[in-house]
Design a protein around this ligand. Structure first.
Ligand SMILES: Cc1cc2nc3c(=O)[nH]c(=O)nc-3n(C[C@H](O)[C@H](O)[C@H](O)COP(=O)(O)OP(=O)(O)OC[C@H]3O[C@@H](n4cnc5c(N)ncnc54)[C@H](O)[C@@H]3O)c2cc1C
Length: 355
């Protein structure tokens, strides 16, 4: 019987809200507590936690926190100490936490200190025939494992995009603040600044509704026997600006960028989708100038609705890999879409009274 569940979260960079993945994982923790009839406690870490705690008041869970300037920024030593303190105060059997980069670094060490077991990259957790069952993907998302453990405490770190985010009315929350002494050697690492990838445009947007994938075709000779790289760059960037989509790339395209050929300047290996790339989660995906070979398409496992634009009616997408294939020139299709979206943006701006 699981009767003590602890949900852990840290405040996001704004200092006022939880990361989106934390709201999703809280939804999973609340569902689990209901399924097993257990009690849920919430543990928060951050410089200031009151406004976040207030936003969670409707969850009905007891809220504990470790707060103060020493806990504002990610740092293994202070985060692990804070997690340990919250766990010792609540003695949970299950600890459920979001897989943010901050927690991913500290959670395993904290579990070790508490003699707990930990599983990461969990995609769901639920009661099944009286036992807690967690799921995760293995072997590049080809096999799904169902995990049960006798050992407690059991830490489960959940991935983003796997549960509906919890929402509730804000209220006045009471917080039990815990004191965590930070010896000098736990404060040696200091936070300097946030650095984003060198590309001038932030193209990877995990929360976007649409994944836009560009393939090597954008850089190939077109019907006139010439390449059109500047046009490809502006067309893709304009589409990303208009649509708010996240940018993915095929291996062929990102490899060309890496080899310093004159290709799309904003495309890096971080954008690569596929067997040796990423497996992003988005409700929809649009592939352009990409053949749709299996090693690429395995990265689309979590894209629910798939469309592709390709000149070749026999490309991989036509073989059951996309819901809709437009046999068309992607330069023309995306330019037309840009035109339509620009008109829509202008029209919406006209409707909003300007101050
Ligand atoms: C072990 C292994 C791991 C791999 N891992 C990955 C991976 O993680 N990710 C990945 O992407 N690949 C991976 N690959 C490579 C993969 O098999 C393909 O080689 C790669 O995905 C091809 O990229 P592409 O479709 O962009 O290029 P191409 O195969 O060159 O296709 C270009 C496409 O563009 C179309 N095109 C050209 N011009 C236009 C136009 N104007 N309008 C519309 N369409 C146009 C063409 O018809 C063509 O289909 C892996 C391969 C191996 C062996």
């Amino acid at each position: 019987m699981e009767n003590r569940i602890l949900f852990l979260a840290h405040v996001d960079e704004s200092g006022k809200t939880l990361p989106k993945v934390a709201c999703e994982v809280l939804g999973a923790a609340i569902d689990l507590a209901q399924q097993c009839g257990g009690t849920l406690a919430i543990g928060l870490i951050g410089r200031e936690v009151q406004s976040v705690a207030d936003s969670l008041a409707a969850s009905g869970a007891a809220i504990l926190a470790v707060a103060g300037p020493e806990f504002e920024y990610p740092r293994y030593a202070s985060d692990a100490a804070a997690i340990e303190a919250i766990c010792r105060a609540t003695t949970p059997q299950l600890v459920i936490a979001p897989g943010t980069s901050r927690f991913t670094r500290a959670m395993a060490g904290a579990a070790q200190r508490l003699n707990a077991h930990i599983d990461t990259h969990i995609t769901s957790v639920e009661m099944n025939e009286g036992a807690v069952v967690a799921k995760r993907w293995l072997y590049r998302q080809r096999m799904e494992a169902l995990i049960q453990r006798e050992a407690r405490p059991w830490f489960l770190v959940l991935d983003s995009g796997c549960h509906v985010a919890w929402t509730g009315a804000a209220g006045a929350a009471e917080i039990q603040l815990l004191n965590v002494d930070q010896p000098a050697n736990a404060r040696r690492t200091t936070f300097c600044e946030m650095r984003t990838p060198s590309s001038s445009t932030q193209t990877i947007r995990p929360d976007a509704k649409l994944l836009f994938v560009a393939g090597a075709g954008w850089c190939k000779k077109q019907a006139d026997g010439k390449t059109h790289l500047p046009e490809a760059e502006t067309t893709i960037l304009e589409f990303l600006r208009n649509s708010g989509a996240s940018l993915g790339g095929s291996k062929s395209l990102v490899d060309q960028s890496g080899e310093n050929q004159a290709v799309l300047g904003f495309m890096t290996h971080l954008n690569q989708v596929g067997q040796t790339g990423a497996t992003p989660r988005h409700p929809k995906g649009l592939s352009t100038c990409c053949h749709g070979e299996e090693p690429h398409v395995v990265g689309w496992r979590f894209i629910n609705e798939r469309r592709a634009v390709n000149l070749d009616p026999n490309c991989g997408w036509a073989r059951g890999k996309a819901d809709v294939l437009y046999v068309a020139d992607a330069f023309q299709v995306i330019s037309k879409l840009n035109e339509m979206m620009a008109k829509r943006v202008t029209h919406e701006e006209e409707l909003v009274p300007q101050p």
